[in-house]
Design a binder for this molecule. Structure first.
Ligand SMILES: Cc1cc2nc3c(=O)[nH]c(=O)nc-3n(C[C@H](O)[C@H](O)[C@H](O)COP(=O)(O)OP(=O)(O)OC[C@H]3O[C@@H](n4cnc5c(N)ncnc54)[C@H](O)[C@@H]3O)c2cc1C
Length: 400
């Protein structure tokens, strides 16, 4: 397919959001070109939780079926007092009337990208070009022109629209000078994966467990052949200190006594931001996923929110492609922006605040409030609808 055939949608970034947008658009019969700076599909450890609506959105393409077959189905997640073993359980079976997928699916973001990339390789309407960095983007009334660099070669791509799915440090957002207001959280997070079977050693642990321990908090998430621990560290420690093997062994030992050293498969440190752009639509250039919004990962909503952006935006682009009004792009922003701001960022912030609470008394209060929610069917269903991102999508669908 020639790169200068302008009857296409250009996508910056082959992360999960860009690739899912490409799957959706080609499914509608719309050609796409994805340019990705990395030389291959991303394999770093990042998100791992998929909520029911995301699974519903990916179902028509056979993606969900493959993810469920290879992933870890978690029907019940929990918040626990690690020292005493007390826990509050949130059973998604209580909203089984609202979704065919009443569980959280634990599946690596990188595995999803590999799956989507493989599907697009078979798709004649798609080209995904790795090792190619977008460095310029311009638009006029009829379309967009993207400048990209592949090694020492500069290339030009022409399309009708550009989806900026180029992540938290979005080049497109920078080129358009779009503000990305918000803040960075003070703590560092370290993700560690290990084959150590935590559930065999910690009574009643769920596949998604958010835990308070004496001095801080951590999360344990189950993946098919390993566990992933999110550990939080104060700002005072350097990256080298928090990533040192001895220090990580100490932290994991605090979570679970183990006579051997923990086998650490992967580790990475990252900082968390909460930020959002003022609007997602900029003429024929549309922001989606982390390029548009960032949130604390507590609750696993960042990636899911990005997939929901891609789903919404591609529906609008399909309508426009077949004669619909360009004003639909404004509707995309009006529907998705408040969900990111008032549901995803706000909830993730509340989750983070609750889990980073150090006062035992306040933790007890949070715990009691959560117990009261779990004990009341109506309150629990409302809580699950919100935390599973169903409520946000319902609110968005009512915006016209
Ligand atoms: C360590 C970590 C842990 C996380 N854990 C969770 C979690 O548990 N749950 C959750 O929901 N979310 C989590 N997130 C957030 C989640 O990973 C993101 O929300 C998700 O990756 C967003 O997808 P995206 O496609 O928008 O952006 P990205 O995944 O960042 O993809 C953007 C792509 O664009 C490419 N790119 C960038 N600039 C250019 C350019 N100029 N030209 C071409 N290509 C470019 C990048 O190389 C990248 O491949 C985590 C994030 C991190 C960093």
């Amino acid at each position: 397919m020639p790169a200068n055939d302008s009857e296409r949608v250009l996508i910056a970034g082959a992360g999960p959001v860009g690739l899912f947008a490409a799957i959706r658009l080609t499914g509608f019969g719309i050609p796409v070109t994805v340019v990705e700076r990395n030389t291959n599909v991303g394999d770093d450890i990042r998100a791992s939780t998929f909520h029911p609506p995301s699974l519903e959105m990916m179902e028509p393409y056979g993606i969900t079926e493959q993810m469920v077959a290879a992933g870890e189905v978690v029907p019940e997640w929990q918040i626990r007092m690690h020292v005493t073993g007390e826990k509050v359980l949130f059973d998604l079976g209580r909203i089984a009337d609202l979704t065919p997928y009443p569980f959280r699916l634990q599946f690596e973001q990188s595995s999803l990208c590999i799956l989507l990339d493989r599907m697009l390789r078979e798709e004649p309407l798609a080209e995904v070009i790795y090792g190619t960095e977008l460095i310029g983007a311009e638009q006029d009334g009829g379309g967009v022109t993207v400048q990209a660099r592949s090694g020492s070669e500069e290339r030009t791509f022409i399309g009708k629209f550009l989806i900026a799915a180029d992540g938290g440090a979005s080049t497109v957002r920078g080129l358009l000078d779009i503000p990305f207001d918000g803040s960075m959280y003070p703590e560092r997070t370290v993700l560690v994966t290990t084959p150590f079977p935590f559930a065999d050693h910690i009574e009643g642990l769920s596949g998604v467990s958010y835990c308070w321990h004496e001095t801080g908090n951590f999360a344990l998430l189950k993946l098919p052949s390993r566990w992933r621990a999110s550990l939080y560290f104060p700002e005072s420690l350097s990256v080298d200190e928090v990533l040192s093997d001895d220090y990580l062994q100490e932290q994991l030992l605090e979570i679970c006594p183990n006579s051997d050293r923990f086998e650490i498969l992967d580790k990475r440190e990252y900082r968390v931001h909460q930020r959002i752009v003022p609007g997602y639509n900029h003429g024929r250039i549309l922001l989606a996923g982390d390029a548009a919004h960032l949130n604390s990962p507590t609750g696993g909503m960042g990636l899911n929110g990005g997939l929901h952006d891609a789903h919404n935006l591609t529906e609008k682009l399909n309508d426009i492609w077949h004669g619909g009004d360009l004003g639909l792009l404004d509707l995309y922003s009006r529907q998705r922006h408040p969900v990111a701001k008032n549901q995803i960022i706000e909830q993730a912030d509340q989750n983070r605040k609750r889990m980073t609470e150090k006062s035992l008394e306040k933790r007890r209060e949070h715990f009691a409030a959560l117990q009261a929610i779990a004990a009341d069917d109506d309150k629990c269903r409302a809580f699950l609808r919100r935390s599973s991102m169903i409520e946000g999508l319902e609110l968005a669908s009512r915006i016209t």
